[in-house]
Design a protein around this ligand. Structure first.
Ligand SMILES: Nc1nc2c(ncn2[C@@H]2O[C@H](COP(=O)(O)OP(=O)(O)OP(=O)(O)O)[C@@H](O)[C@H]2O)c(=O)[nH]1
Ligand SMILES: [Mg+2]
Length: 341
């Protein structure tokens, strides 16, 4: 039997298509077009699948709130994680991924990350795969990312077919920029944080999600924390104390994130998550819709964690920005925790 399998090149192996998440049969030594969606699955993805299972990141958030910049700076930080993990290495699996990598590195060398509108012209339905190896605690994982335009999440008609990870993976990153909803001049529609969540609930409910049966996981990311008003001092300190980027930039050696340090990092993240949750629940002025948001989360049995982050590290200047991302790893670490159990 094994002999016949070898001759036919059939290993009985199945992988999850990184585009539509259907489980499909593959051969160990051949790239393959997905039987379900036709997407070209790279050979290295197939080879690595068992040893480095995929981790899917779906970002849900309105236009101009910072989704693309979050995903881009996360990739930039991940490319330099050797700073804290001695055996860390990453790899692009497709030409498109490598081009993206070069583009980000070039922008970073110029100290500039292009602004939102321009970035939106890219094909929004592309799947980016980054193979990450040698991560302390989590080992090897393939990070699979899609970046959708905020228009998709604007109202109750979310095009879920275009957003396969939303329904088919249990974890969603809900990203919201409080400065963009608190400032009336940027928020003529009067959007509130609980409304973004109601759109999420409606999208999943339309697809028949059973909240009691499958506990959904939500990572709430308050982005643009560098310009967020009214944030308690302990949270602000937490944001500013992240010095991974600084040590990467200055090429200075940091304390490695060994297994003990990672465990401590996660404990602190959990405490900060509780603080943020409390702040959202109680600060009516600076977090419009916050109390309703938290109560709905509990009502729908959702397993939520909360993070603050800044993709830029500071206010954006005309023409470009000298970035200094802070705490962009936190949502990723939560996703790893959620998708490792
Ligand atoms: N101060 C500050 N500005 C940010 C931050 N992240 C993003 N921005 C600004 O917000 C703008 C929009 O960010 P994008 O990442 O393009 O937003 P998006 O959510 O991808 O927008 P769409 O693609 O239209 O849905 C950027 O051009 C930056 O000027 C941040 O952490 N801090
Ligand atoms: Mg975008």
């Amino acid at each position: 039997m094994n002999f016949i399998r070898r001759i036919l090149g059939y290993s009985g192996k199945k992988v999850v298509c990184p585009r539509c998440l259907e489980r499909i049969g593959v051969k160990e030594d051949q790239a393959k077009l997905c039987d379900n969606c036709g997407w070209g699955i790279p050979l290295q993805y197939i080879r690595s699948f068992d040893e480095a299972p995929p981790i899917f990141i779906q970002v849900f958030g309105w236009t101009n709130h910072g989704k693309t910049l979050f995903l881009d700076t996360l990739r930039l930080v991940l490319m330099d994680m050797h700073a804290v993990w001695d055996n860390f290495r990453y790899q692009s699996f497709t030409q498109m991924d490598m081009e993206k990598e070069r583009e980000l590195q070039a922008e970073r060398r110029r100290g500039i990350l292009a602004a939102g509108t321009q970035r939106r012209e890219r094909d929004q339905n592309e799947v980016y795969i980054m193979n990450l190896r040698g991560m302390e605690r989590w080992g090897s994982r393939m990070l699979v990312v899609m970046d959708h335009p905020g228009e998709y999440f604007e109202n109750f008609s979310v095009p879920v077919k275009e957003i396969p990870f939303l329904i088919n993976t249990p974890t969603t990153i809900m990203l919201i920029s409080l400065p963009d909803i608190v400032d009336d001049s940027k928020n003529s529609a009067g959007e509130r944080i609980d409304q973004l969540f109601q759109i999420y609930l409606a999208a999943l409910e339309n697809e028949g999600v059973n909240w009691k049966k499958e506990r959904r996981k939500l990572i709430v990311v308050l982005t643009k924390a560098d310009i967020t008003a009214g944030m308690p001092q302990n949270m602000r300190n937490y944001l500013m104390e992240d010095n991974i980027w600084r040590s990467i930039e200055s090429n200075t050696r940091m304390n490695p994130l060994d297994s003990i340090a990672v465990a401590e990092y996660l404990e602190r993240m959990e405490r900060v998550s509780n603080d943020i949750r409390h702040w959202i629940r109680s600060d009516r002025k600076n977090v419009p819709g916050g109390a309703n948001f938290i109560n709905l989360i509990d009502d729908y049995n959702i397993d939520a964690r909360f993070t603050i982050m800044s993709a830029t590290g500071g206010e954006v200047e005309q023409g470009g920005i000298n970035i200094s991302p802070r705490r962009v790893l936190d949502p990723f670490f939560w996703a790893l925790e959620f998708q490792s159990r």
